[in-house]
Design a binder for this molecule. Structure first.
Ligand SMILES: [Zn+2]
Length: 281
């Protein structure tokens, strides 16, 4: 190719280094959480209808579980600090720290200036999937959320049941505010149960049928008081297309659990990030 230097191959052969080695990352006490999850008591549940979204609340120190029911279905998850919606899930930084997909022991990190764990994954019944030969894996933090703007850009038309709109409606209803006010709080998601990757030849974002089966679940420990919103994506299992009413879609179940009294002795909610925010001024 023109413009390539003589040592192009040597430059390409330079070995990569991990951007953020995580050996100094504060680790969750998985033994404590694992003990605590054996004595859980369900305190709430919400069924998310297909092509729609619902909000739910999880106090710090509680657990929540997203379960596939009835049929294979992908969910788009937003999380906020229940006391301050400006602190919300930071998909990009979570990806930088943990990689493209997250599983048991990994965490959903919050936006600046908080940059602290919001939720820790305590169980993942799809943990067996690993990384397939296409480079695909489950529960990604690489996609954003299907939205009516990209749909309009690529195909035209007005589709109102993309995850972005579903999350907007659910949050608007929870807060009692108009859609445009709620929309500013909607952010890039954790794609629960979605099987995705980047093609090796063109580097494009791909999806494929989710391996999720009814009964599979992803379970989290709430590190801070959380407001969550989950959309049952119009893509269903995301095997063909999204942003339309074509795919078969199913509900998703969200359950909230309280641990037994004293089960979390020694655990404390994480404090906000320690950077002093003066930025050199
Ligand atoms: Zn979606």
């Amino acid at each position: 190719m023109s413009g390539a230097p003589k040592d192009a191959e040597a430059r390409r052969a330079v070995k990569p280094v991990i951007c953020y080695p995580v050996d100094t990352l504060p680790q969750p006490d998985m033994a404590l959480l694992d003990d605590a999850r054996h004595s859980l008591r369900k305190i709430d549940e919400v069924t998310v209808p297909p092509r729609d979204a619902r909000t739910f609340q999880v106090p710090a120190g509680h657990f929540f579980r997203i379960t596939s029911v009835e049929g294979p279905q992908v969910g788009d998850l937003n999380l906020w600090n229940a006391k301050d919606l400006s602190e919300r899930f930071y998909s990009g930084k979570t990806r930088a720290l943990h990689g493209t997909h997250i599983t048991t022991g990994e965490r959903m990190w919050s936006s600046f200036p908080g940059l602290r764990p919001m939720a820790t994954i305590t169980q993942d019944t799809l943990g067996w999937y690993g990384i397939d030969t296409f480079g695909g894996s489950v529960h990604d933090v690489i996609g954003t959320r299907c939205d009516p703007y990209t749909h309009n850009l690529l195909k035209g038309g007005q589709y109102h049941h993309c995850c972005h709109s579903n999350l907007t409606r659910a949050l608007a209803s929870h807060l009692g505010v108009p859609a445009d006010q709620a929309e500013t709080h909607v952010h890039d998601v954790l794609n629960v149960f979605m099987c995705t990757g980047f093609t090796r030849d063109t580097g494009q974002y791909f999806m494929k049928a989710s391996p999720v089966r009814p009964g599979d679940y992803l379970e989290f420990f709430a590190e801070i008081d959380l407001l969550g919103a989950l959309s049952a994506c119009p893509g269903g299992d995301c095997s063909a297309e999204h942003s339309s009413d074509v795919a078969a879609c199913h509900p998703l179940l969200v359950e909230v659990f309280a641990p037994e009294e004293g089960a979390l002795t020694g655990w404390e909610p994480p404090s906000v990030n320690g950077y002093d925010r003066t930025h050199g001024l």
